[in-house]
Design a binder for this molecule. Sequence first.
Ligand code: FAD
Length: 179
Amino acid sequence: MREQALGELAAVVGDRHVIVDALEPFAHDATFMDGELIAAVLPGTTSEVSDVMRVCHRLEIPVVARGAGTSLVGGSVPLGGGIVLSLERMDGIEIDTGSVCAIAGAGAITSRIQEQAGVQGLMYPPDPASAQMSSIGGNVACNSGGPSCLKYGVTADYGAQVEDAPKSATETTGSGLAK
Ligand SMILES: Cc1cc2nc3c(=O)[nH]c(=O)nc-3n(C[C@H](O)[C@H](O)[C@H](O)COP(=O)(O)OP(=O)(O)OC[C@H]3O[C@@H](n4cnc5c(N)ncnc54)[C@H](O)[C@@H]3O)c2cc1C
């Protein structure tokens, strides 16, 4: 089963994006919890995420999504074995000044979104203290925020559209318009 899973996952994301050794960095978050995994899988596109989920769903392999691993509650620790789905390669950022929206990959680092918005004279306010390390995908999952939330709100107040892949397909929620 393990070899079949690794083979199928490599067919989706490419051999070099299925990590089976040096797994230590993927077994922890910012807590002291330890997890166990058979592989870290690093997709590069949303459709690859969907295909990885399809394989894991069919083979009944647990999946833990991981942004930057700064969770303080064990959220990105793979306690049930299986794979860690690391979104770190999906870090693209595009600022659409027309709709006043950032189109960002799940693995985009929060502070980079803030910086690139600033270059366009715009502002992305959610400011968790981990912003220099955390990913926007992790921020969305945790609805993160920092001191600016008192005036501007938290991540959930700024998500206009989310593309996700629950277990076998890609779904889009919301629209790309600033609210
Ligand atoms: C020094 C430090 C300071 C912090 N300060 C704050 C703060 O001020 N405010 C605050 O709210 N939090 C704070 N945190 C907690 C943490 O940084 C945030 O919760 C952050 O949003 C996690 O982002 P991440 O990319 O590291 O996510 P991870 O730790 O990788 O994942 C967190 C959770 O989100 C899920 N997840 C991650 N990416 C995705 C995805 N693409 N799709 C679906 N699920 C996903 C994971 O499975 C996990 O359950 C801090 C942490 C540290 C270490």
